[in-house]
Write a protein that binds this ligand. Structure first.
Ligand code: TYM
Length: 379
């Protein structure tokens, strides 16, 4: 028997890292099928010798989504995709392309279809491993709209009215549709549908995760413990990647540098990064420079230190720094560009990955929806 609540970090069923919380030592009933390398550490490595287990094992669930609204940019990459790809080895990952969400802004069906496939392609090229992580279209799990409806029946208007992204979209001139207003409710459904533990995102999604937690608590208070409370995973160093004008990089602000943009366009974008008017000879402040911030994402420690010195010493112009940034950026994504070409040459690869991902996602969603429908009285 084990005591305490185990939280698991599993690589696979055969070789697992298990955290036992709330005890000094683990009590393992049947040591014939478990071999624990160190029972006194908080981190206990356990090798399963059999599928039969007396432990109530659950995988850490990681979930995130990305809208199908165009080519992905390096803000998406460093803010969400890279951390999500790193996390796919740490638990059971579900990553999806948010085509229902994109429908709030994309009005061209052909573009929506193409963008959805392109996001899948880019994510795979960047290192998403479909053997580990399920990659799927949000709309391949239509139960999520049912869950969004159920959540909307407990969602306070005031909570949604305070949504920054809703206010930002209205300020940019988007029509105030019910879909736009309900955006965070659908996002909460996305997250709660998979009993997610961790949600890797950029800082702009933080409030959405808070709304998700608020809605989960409301449902749990009303109908009993149905939902797990998810945690946002936001990496401080990349929580807001700046665009070429210094605002948060965003396709809708037109300040993006795309991960797989063509060489000429990418160079042009880098060369048009906004700078101040400090003369070439004068020392410059790296902390205030967009060029330096972006360079820090793609260069090695030594290279970053070297550029910092060049900034502080003076004698080099922003044009030189931009060239250095372009070179590093282009090099950083070179292997991924190559992988992207390989994927493109296999016509059915993306469809197969999405179909398998949808199957796995539906497996979980069906179970959770059954639980939810029973709890609220729909069944
Ligand atoms: P989206 O498509 O706008 O962005 C996808 C991810 O990229 C991150 N990101 C950034 N991070 C740092 N700096 C930037 N400049 C930057 N730009 C974008 C975003 O924070 C995000 O993590 N609502 C979501 C999609 C979604 C979702 C979900 C996410 C739908 N359902 C459930 C998580 C869980 C969105 O529009 O992301």
């Amino acid at each position: 028997m084990t005591r305490g609540a185990p939280i698991f970090k599993l690589r696979n069923a055969a070789d697992a890292k298990i955290y036992f919380l709330s005890f000094g030592s683990a009590f393992i009933h049947d040591s014939s099928f478990l071999h624990a390398s160190n029972l006194h550490d908080e981190l206990v490595h356990v090798r399963f010798h059999s599928k039969r287990s007396h432990l109530s094992i659950s995988y850490m669930r990681i979930l995130s989504g990305i809208q199908a609204s165009g080519l992905l940019h390096i803000g998406n990459y460093f803010g969400m995709m890279r951390p999500a790809i790193a996390l796919q080895a740490e638990g059971e990952a579900f990553y999806f392309i948010a085509d229902y969400h994109a429908l709030t802004t994309v009005r061209d069906p052909k573009a929506l279809r193409e963008n959805t496939r392109r996001v899948a392609l880019d994510f795979l090229a960047c290192g998403l491993d479909p053997e580990r992580a399920a990659l799927f279209r949000q709309s391949d799990v239509p139960q999520v709209t049912e869950l969004a409806w159920i959540l909307s029946t407990v969602a306070p208007m005031g909570l949604l009215e305070r949504s920054h992204s809703y206010k930002d979209k209205l300020a940019r001139g988007l029509a105030a549709t019910v879909g736009l207003f309900n955006y965070p409710v659908l996002m909460a459904a996305d997250i709660l549908m998979y009993d997610s533990d961790l949600v890797p995102v950029g800082k702009d999604q933080k409030q959405h995760i808070e709304i998700t937690r608020d809605l989960a608590v409301k449902v749990n208070d009303t109908f009993g413990e149905i939902f797990k409370l998810p945690e946002a995973r936001i990496q401080a160093a990349t929580e807001v990647v700046p665009g070429i004008d210094g605002q948060k990089m965003s396709k809708s602000y037109g300040n993006n540098i795309d991960i797989f943009g063509d060489e000429k366009e990418t160079r042009k974008r880098v060369m048009s990064i906004v700078t101040d008017s400090t003369p070439v000879d004068a020392p410059k402040d790296p902390a205030k420079s967009i060029i330096f911030k972006l360079y820090s994402l793609v260069a090695s420690k030594d290279e970053i230190a070297k550029m910092r010195d060049q900034f502080l010493k003076g004698g080099a112009g922003y044009g030189d720094f931009k060239k250095q940034l372009f070179d590093k950026l282009w090099e950083y994504f070179a292997a991924m560009r190559k992988r992207r070409e390989e994927i493109l040459s296999d016509k059915s690869y993306i469809d197969n990955v999405l179909a398998r991902g949808a199957e796995r996602a539906n497996g979980v969603a069906d179970q959770v929806m059954q639980r939810v429908r029973n709890a609220v009285g729909l069944r």
